[in-house]
Design a protein around this ligand. Structure first.
Ligand code: ARG
Length: 460
């Protein structure tokens, strides 16, 4: 029976079920490298404040490097009693370097250690996630610039509304992803803030240099300002979960559009074979599984966010073992979000668009607003022109013809201000081009949106 790190005051044995219930190594071994990095920095800090000799500190740092190699090469052997990544690494260190290994934890607690390791690990993942997100935005910009001439029906309430551009739709989602990227940039320094040197709750009695530790560990957010808060705070995980949930909502809505657009009835887009699957029964089927999975996984990420909030909510100030329940949800969210971004990038860069089907989706009634605006330019108040155009829509409906099939004579019976030039209204491209304000559907405006998005990427 191996001696427990904390076993001094214990005489009784741990129930084997409790042993399993308590352990976090099966999942927190994912941050083995950060646990080692944190310990190496801490050994140096202990030497700086005179608790370790230079020689001892070097012994610890080298021993920890050996453990690093073992994890890397898959030769690290987990032993009975290795409760979490911190105890596992410390147990191994003492095996490798002898009793001096027992000096490493001086003034440190697993409370400041676990918070440090997790922040380091998550920060590293956020850098990777951000790169992936920016690549998605980049791919979206490329497509938008290349396909800006493709017109498409835009929908509100999923009813045909106005003529837009395919690229306008792409940039719509890209704008949301940009805000996600900004949110991520904003929260990163709050993740990379240093708890180490807070001890279990009250601070460090050997006066380790926390500024040195923060620099050594690349904590761009500096040091946690209060030792009680440092071991108590899990909102760096909550913020990440919120960022992830919003990003997943955005990816899910994007996916939902494409699922609809790829249906037989719409046929605006066709997923590439790389991101679709077939039916075991119906040979004709090509299902947008990648997109459906993104939509489904959004629910999973939201579930984790709710779970994380609930875990932290009722805990009294400073460390509680409840917090250990955060890690699996955090790991799962990191993996899910990263995979979804990569899959979305793959889908977006390979999906085929059917320009003919998009054009076929444009119906003359989508120009009813343009018809009203025609009369606005003749001086009528919009509220009136809205009714007049509505009457024209009704006339066409009653006759079973298209709005654009109404003749000037027909229209004149509704209002005398309709003239020969009204035929110019029956032009979908013109309708999009008229909306030439910042953010609008005109070609110039959409290209400007792409340009601004590209400048944003360059500046970040
Ligand atoms: N495995 C623990 C966690 O993830 C490490 C911290 C344990 N600290 C303690 N005081 N029991 O939260």
């Amino acid at each position: 029976e191996p001696k427990k790190l904390w076993g001094g005051r214990f005489t009784g044995k741990t129930d084997p079920l409790m042993e399993k219930f308590n352990e976090s190594l099966p999942f927190d071994k994912r941050m083995w490298a950060e646990d080692i990095r944190g310990s190496q920095a801490y050994a140096k800090a202990l030497a700086k404040c005179g608790i370790l000799t230079q020689q001892e500190a070097s012994t610890l740092v080298e021993g920890l490097s050996k453990i690093h190699t073992e994890w890397l090469e898959g030769t690290f052997i987990i032993k009975k009693g290795d409760e979490d990544i911190h105890t596992a690494n410390e147990r191994r260190l003492t095996e490798l370097v002898g009793t001096v290994g027992g000096k490493l934890h001086t003034g440190r607690s697993r409370n400041d250690q676990v918070a440090t390791d997790t922040r380091l690990w998550l920060y590293g993942q956020l850098v990777i996630i951000r790169e992936a997100l920016q690549e998605l935005i980049d791919v979206a910009c490329d497509r938008s610039a290349a396909e800006v001439d493709v017109l498409m029906p835009g929908f509100t309430h999923l009813q045909p509304a106005m003529t837009v551009r395919w690229s306008h739709w792409v940039m719509c989602h890209t704008s949301a992803w940009q805000r996600d990227d900004m949110r991520l940039r904003d929260l990163m320094p709050r993740v990379a803030t240093l708890p180490l040197g807070s001890g279990a709750i009250a601070g460090n009695p050997f006066l380790v240099d926390r500024q040195f530790l923060a620099k050594e560990l690349g904590m761009i957010g500096g040091v946690c300002p209060n030792s009680m808060d440092a071991v108590s705070d899990r909102d760096f995980v909550l913020e990440f979960a919120f960022f992830s949930s919003v990003l997943m909502v955005h990816l899910s809505r994007w996916a939902e559009d494409l699922i609809i657009y790829s249906s037989g009835q719409f046929g605006f887009v066709q997923c590439s074979d790389a991101y679709a699957t077939g039916s075991s029964l119906m040979p004709q089927k090509k299902n947008p599984d990648a997109l459906e999975l993104i939509r489904g996984k959004a629910g999973r990420v939201q579930g984790s966010m709710a779970g994380l909030l609930a875990v932290v909510k009722g805990t009294p100030t400073t460390y509680n073992k409840d917090f250990q329940e955060c890690w699996e949800m955090m790991y799962d969210t990191v993996d899910t979000v990263y995979d979804c971004i990569r899959i979305a990038t793959g889908v977006l860069s390979t999906i085929k668009i059917r320009q003919d089907r998009m054009l076929a989706g444009l119906s003359a009634d989508m120009l009813a607003t343009d018809l009203a605006e025609y009369l606005v330019r003749k001086g009528l108040p919009f509220r009136e022109t809205h009714h007049i155009s509505g009457a024209a829509v009704k006339m066409a409906e009653d006759r079973g013809c298209k709005l654009s099939d109404l003749t000037v004579t027909d229209l004149k019976t509704i209002h005398p201000l309709f003239g020969e030039d009204v035929t110019q209204v029956w032009d979908f491209n013109r309708s999009a081009e008229m909306r030439d304000t910042e953010g609008g559907a005109s070609k110039r405006s959409v290209l400007e949106q792409v340009d601004k998005m590209r400048s944003y990427l360059v500046s970040e």
